[in-house]
Design a binder for this molecule. Structure first.
Ligand SMILES: NC(=O)c1ccc[n+]([C@@H]2O[C@H](COP(=O)([O-])OP(=O)(O)OC[C@H]3O[C@@H](n4cnc5c(N)ncnc54)[C@H](OP(=O)(O)O)[C@@H]3O)[C@@H](O)[C@H]2O)c1
Length: 245
């Protein structure tokens, strides 16, 4: 039921922490995987490590021409993991327009461009598909200092629902994964600090997520195990977003 043998998947942001993990997991379940990002060397290195059934393509989700070229190079897809994302941290009153534009340009406009190009090709191929948007618990909750990020992820959740309705007739399922905080190089210092430790104590599971906590939820959405799921948001956060106020 969770097998992806004979399926072809593209993962955006496959040079990053979660994207690389998603590519590994899909590949491990039997899929052919296309690893896409601007840092093609990182994608190529992982593709080489995975060996057969893996290839890397250059992709800048902010550029419609790059998106079209990457999807042409990728070939017919059954699965898209729309994972590329960036963040800008600055209080709302000081949030800069260039930061807003950059975050929206990757996290919402970029996700739209890739999803639309992939969905058009899936419709043309006529064999259905699964599109997974990597959102965040910050698409539904807020913390100070990340206005562009929370707004973009909230938009991505509603785009998920919109696409689910419009693409169902083509047997294309569209769902979102909403991770909580995942331990990474970037947030290591913050979570080692007292405010970071206090945040971890507010997570009911009392720990950060690890990339492999998303393995099962990803496979559920990607495979036939989730065949009646569309328009869903799968929250994977150790209970953080439902913690008592
Ligand atoms: N880590 C967390 O705690 C967490 C929690 C919830 C949700 N998320 C979401 O999970 C996703 C992955 O995050 P991560 O933690 O793995 O971050 P990461 O390690 O910084 O990876 C981000 C990825 O996005 C790619 N990217 C950025 N701009 C791009 C562009 N213009 N075109 C193509 N690719 C681009 C980067 O690749 P290049 O720079 O090589 O292009 C990189 O591979 C993001 O959408 C993030 O919002 C993360």
């Amino acid at each position: 039921m969770f097998s992806l043998e004979g399926r072809r998947a593209l993962v955006t942001g496959a040079s990053g922490l979660l994207g690389a993990r998603f590519a590994r997991v899909l590949h491990g379940a039997g899929a052919e995987v296309v690893l896409a990002a601007r840092r093609t060397q990182a994608c190529a290195a992982l593709a080489e490590e995975l060996g057969a059934r893996a290839m890397a393509v250059a992709l800048d989700v902010a550029s419609p021409a790059s998106v079209a070229a990457a999807l042409d190079a990728a070939g017919p897809l059954d699965i898209l993991v729309n994972n590329a994302g960036i963040a800008a941290t600055r209080p709302f009153l000081e949030h800069r327009l260039e930061e807003w534009d950059a975050v929206m340009g990757v996290n919402l406009r970029g996700a739209f461009l890739v999803a639309q190009q992939a969905a058009r090709r899936m419709v043309e191929a006529g064999r259905g598909g699964s599109i997974i948007h990597v959102a965040s618990i910050l698409g539904e909750r807020v913390i100070p200092g990340v206005a562009s990020y929370t707004a973009a992820k909230a938009g991505l959740l509603h785009l998920t629902r919109q696409m689910a309705v419009e693409l169902a007739r083509h047997r294309i399922r569209v769902n979102a994964l909403a991770p909580g905080y995942v331990a990474s190089e970037l947030n290591r210092d913050f979570f080692a600090s007292e405010p970071g430790q206090a945040m971890i104590r507010r997570i009911p599971f009392r720990r950060l997520g690890q990339p492999d906590d998303l393995d099962g939820p990803l496979l559920l959405l990607a495979s036939d195990a989730g065949r009646y799921m569309t328009g869903s948001v799968l929250t994977v956060d150790g209970g953080h977003s439902v913690a008592p106020l």
